[in-house]
Design a protein around this ligand. Sequence first.
Ligand code: FES
Ligand code: FES
Length: 228
Amino acid sequence: MDSDDRNDGEKLTEQASGFSRRDFLKVGGISLSVPLVMGPRTIRVAGQDVKIYGPGKVPISLNINAKNYSAEVEPRITLLDTLRNELDLTGAKRVCDRASCGACTVIIDGKAVYSCTVLAIEAQNKKITTVESLMNGDQLHPLQQAFVDNDGQQCGFCTPGFVMACKAFLDKNPHPKPDDLKTGLGGNICRCGTYVGVRAAVMQAATGQSAMSSLSDSLENEGGQANG
Ligand code: FES
Ligand code: FES
């Protein structure tokens, strides 16, 4: 069959279907460029209706820092990526993306949570607090100021997550002892090694005064016991 025969064949098929290859390409192009946003489908499992979301984008709403946000995301997308990529809330940092470092820490319903381990769709109907909520105009939150005063950061990449972990810790333990901080903040890692400054910052935020001296005393005691 030569090319003319093939073209004739295609023309006959198009005439019969009333739908040309050009029409198909146009419709295909439209469906690729318009994101498909769908509500959940329901299937019957063990006598119960179960909602199925995705794999396309679904509409979600999130309460973040006492404000309601709407977004359209695939159900597999994490809260961290939704905050950063959809809502322009970039305080939480994406470092390990696998629940190891704490750079993505936010507070959900009062608990410090790695936002890289929570799906955005799961975070609906919860109270989410991010580091963006802490400043009051140009005024740093006392905990943020304490980080500055005590050199609680170097490169700063872990700092927003650390600040939120410290806030969740202080909300539950407003009068911590220096020893409590080691376990209370154990979920966050700082490659620059600012742990002493971070602990001092938390003590300052808790007591309202610089805690460097009392922390140094405690570390000296520890050293004394270790050497003794
Ligand atoms: S980025 Fe989430 S724990 Fe490291
Ligand atoms: S300040 Fe650099 S990783 Fe913590």
